[in-house]
Design a protein around this ligand. Structure first.
Ligand SMILES: Cc1ncc(COP(=O)(O)O)c(C=O)c1O
Length: 383
């Protein structure tokens, strides 16, 4: 179907930060398949897990115990300080699970018409519930009637949540620790803490959609670790499988008790193959210095960027947390709609949202590769 309009290139091979197309040309991937292959293409640890598991067992269904799934659930819960996990195949489905949990939670409070607060410009997925939760008109256009339970508040604006405190139908607040699809919008340091305090005070569930910002992307395994908080629900996907489709909805306390047998499910969710890949991903985070590299390369990128772009008339600002990078541009001075294609010609993969460049390079990126990105950005944006 024509819901995508792919660029004129086909990649046939990937290795670390590099992709090779069908003509044999190499590209520096500063997007990681939209924040998925965080450990780089074909990471040997993940590949080995997949090869080994595919020779043993691919799928049985959740009618039976799945060893890898149970191991992964335990590890994720330990790492995130959560109690239980539901495994899905995507970020949208992880968020769907969170929304269903919030509805069941509403039942325990005798709330018939539950309301979930989400943020304007947010992105939570493309299913009917998650696109209703999403705060972007372009994602919703044509799909009404939407689910009515979402009230959109301004992102990074605590008052816009606080002033709804009297609404007795509110059961949850669902936000991204950093907004990704909006072009990398990083809230004030205290924002998540304030939101959590308000949720606690009112008995609302705090649902963090960490689909894009977790799995090491910001320099911590989970983005909200920067705030020292634990949400009631944490949704993961993308980098969790480093390229195989897996999502997870982690829950703590009362939120973890809502789903009972028969209330939710997925045929593929958490199958032996994808959970083996995710176990490999966690091995890499635990046994290598990849998170240190994120922080070092983030600082290096920032200093190099400042050095080269501080007087650039096209660049308005750099927004960076770990290796989640947004570059705000002056749309009057550059045709933003052409940037992705221009960069592709120069063998650099980036993404553009509105008037921002977004980059999510692999977390294993080296200084030399950062230098290459900077020099290609200079070509793209001029001095
Ligand atoms: C924050 C966030 N939530 C949810 C999703 C949806 O994930 P998926 O495309 O795996 O359904 C995305 C995808 O970009 C995302 O960035």
């Amino acid at each position: 179907m024509s819901n995508y309009s792919p660029l004129d290139v086909t990649f046939v091979k990937g290795d670390g930060c590099w992709l090779t197309d069908s003509n044999g040309d190499k590209y520096l991937d500063a997007l990681s398949g939209i924040g998925v292959v965080n450990l780089g293409h074909c990471h040997p640890t993940v590949t080995k897990k997949l090869v080994d598991q595919s020779q043993k067992l691919l799928h049985t269904s959740n009618i039976y115990h799945i060893e890898n799934q149970e191991m992964l659930a335990q590890k994720l819960c330990n790492l995130a300080n959560m109690d239980k996990v539901f495994f899905s195949n995507s970020g949208a489905e992880a968020n769907e699970a969170a929304i269903k949990i919030a509805r069941l939670y509403a039942r325990t409070k005798n709330i018939e018409n539950p309301v979930i607060l989400t943020a304007s410009q947010s992105f939570h997925g493309r299913t009917m519930a998650t696109l209703s939760a999403t705060g972007q008109a372009k994602v919703q256009a044509g799909f009404s009637p939407l689910m009515s339970e979402f009230i959109h508040v301004n992102y990074d604006d605590f008052n816009s949540i606080q002033k709804l405190e009297d609404n007795k139908n509110i059961v949850a607040v669902m936000i991204e620790p950093i907004q990704g699809e909006a072009g990398v919008i990083i809230p004030k340091n205290t924002y998540l803490n304030q939101v959590q305090d308000l949720c606690k005070k009112n008995g609302w569930l705090l649902i963090l959609d960490g689909v894009q910002s977790c799995m090491g992307r910001t320099g911590k395994l989970f983005a909200h670790e920067h705030n020292n908080i634990t949400p009631d629900i944490l949704c993961l996907a993308k980098g969790l499988g480093n390229g195989v489709p897996i999502g997870a909805c982690l829950a703590k306390g009362v939120a973890s008790e809502m789903l009972t047998p028969g209330t939710h499910g997925s045929t593929f969710g958490g199958n032996p193959l994808v959970t083996s890949a995710a176990l490999g991903v966690l091995d890499v985070f635990q046994n290598t210095d990849v998170l240190d590299n994120v922080n070092q390369m983030s600082a290096y990128f920032k200093s190099e960027f400042d050095k080269h772009f501080s007087n650039n008339s096209v660049v308005k600002e750099l927004r960076i947390k770990g290796l989640m990078i947004g570059i705000g541009l002056d749309a009057n001075k550059v045709d933003c709609t052409q940037l992705v294609k221009k960069a592709l010609k120069d063998k650099l993969l980036i993404n553009v949202t509105g008037s921002s460049i977004r980059m999510l390079p692999p977390l294993i990126i080296t200084k030399k590769e950062v230098d290459t990105i900077i020099s290609k950005l200079l070509t793209l944006l001029g001095n």
